[in-house]
Design a protein around this ligand. Structure first.
Ligand code: AP5
Ligand code: MG
Length: 212
C-alpha cells in the first residue's frame, strides 16, 4: 500500500499518517521530519533546508526529490509507505510517478485532508512537536500526558520555528500556489480521496480507515 497525504500545513497529515502507518504496518515518511532531524544533527542537508523552512518557503526540488527517492528504496519500504509532505509540487509528483512506473508501481491512494485556512492558524499556535521521534501534540486538542514531555520517547516538546503566525501565513500561500494543484493531479490519476479534516482526530481516522 503506497499512500500520499495531501492537505494544507496543519491539516493533520502527520497526525493521521502516524495512525495509518501503525494500522497498516508500513513506515511513515515525513520530508519535514527528515529535514528537522537533519537540522537538529547539524548536517549539511539540515543547513541547506533550514534557510528555506524558517521563511516558510519550500526546500528546492533538487534537494528534496533525491532525498525522498533514497528513503523509499530502503528495505522497510518494500510493502509500502505513507508519504507525508511529499510530493508538494507538480514536478515532485511527476518524479515520484515516473520512478514508480519504472517498476510497474503506482500510488494506491492520495488522501486530502481538508481544513479551512482560519482553522489552520489556531492549530499551529497550539502545536507542540517532538523533534526526537516526530510525534505531534496540541495544547488543547491533544495534550501530552506530562506537560511538554513526549508520551512516546520522553523527550522535550517544542514549538516549531516555522509555527510563528507570520510564517504560517507564508506557508499557507505557498501551499495554495504550489501544492493545492496536486489534488487535481491525483484526481486525474483516479486515486484521490477527500476527507473532512475539521472533525476530531478519531473521526478523521475513522473516515480514512473506511477509504483504505
Ligand atoms: P512539514 O513538516 O511537512 O509541514 P507542513 O506541511 O507545513 O505540515 P505540518 O507538519 O505543519 O502539519 P500537518 O498537516 O502534519 O499537521 P499535524 O498533524 O502536525 O514541512 C515543513 C517545511 O519543510 C515546509 O514548510 C518546507 O519548507 C519543508 N518541506 C517539507 N517537505 C517538503 C517538500 N516535499 N518539498 C519542499 N519543501 C519541503 O497537526 C497540526 C496540529 O493540529 C497539531 O497540533 C495536531 O495535534 C492538531 N490536530 C491534528 N488533527 C486535528 C484535528 N482533527 N482536530 C484538532 N486538532 C488537530
Ligand atoms: Mg507534519
Amino acid at each position: 500500500m503506497k499512500i500520499v497525504m495531501l492537505g494544507a500545513p496543519g491539516a493533520g497529515k502527520g497526525t493521521q499518517a502516524k495512525r495509518i502507518a501503525e494500522a497498516c504496518g508500513i513506515p511513515h515518511i515525513s520530508t519535514g521530519d527528515i529535514f528537522r532531524s537533519n537540522i537538529k544533527a547539524g548536517t549539511e542537508l539540515g543547513k541547506q533546508a533550514k534557510a528555506f523552512m524558517d521563511q516558510g518557503a519550500l526546500v528546492p526540488d533538487e534537494i528534496t526529490v533525491g532525498m525522498l527517492m533514497d528513503r523509499i528504496h530502503e528495505t522497510d519500504c518494500k510493502d509500502g509507505y505513507v508519504l507525508d509532505g511529499f510530493p508538494r509540487t507538480i514536478p515532485q509528483a511527476e518524479s515520484l510517478t515516473e520512478a514508480l512506473s519504472r517498476t510497474g508501481e503506482a500510488i494506491d491512494a492520495a488522501i486530502d485532508i481538508e481544513v479551512p485556512d482560519e482553522d489552520i492558524v489556531l492549530r499551529m499556535g497550539g502545536r507542540r512537536a517532538c523533534l526526537h521521534c516526530g510525534a505531534t501534540y496540541h495544547t488543547c486538542f491533544h495534550p501530552p500526558r506530562l506537560e511538554n514531555i513526549c508520551d512516546h520517547c520522553g523527550h522535550e516538546l517544542v514549538l516549531r520555528d516555522d509555527d510563528k503566525p507570520e510564517t504560517v501565513k507564508t506557508r499557507l500561500e505557498v501551499y495554495h500556489a504550489h501544492t493545492y494543484p496536486l489534488i487535481a493531479y491525483y484526481r486525474a490519476a483516479g486515486v484521490l480521496h477527500e476527507v473532512d479534516g475539521t472533525k476530531n482526530m478519531d473521526q478523521v481516522f475513522a473516515e480514512i480507515r473506511e477509504i483504505l
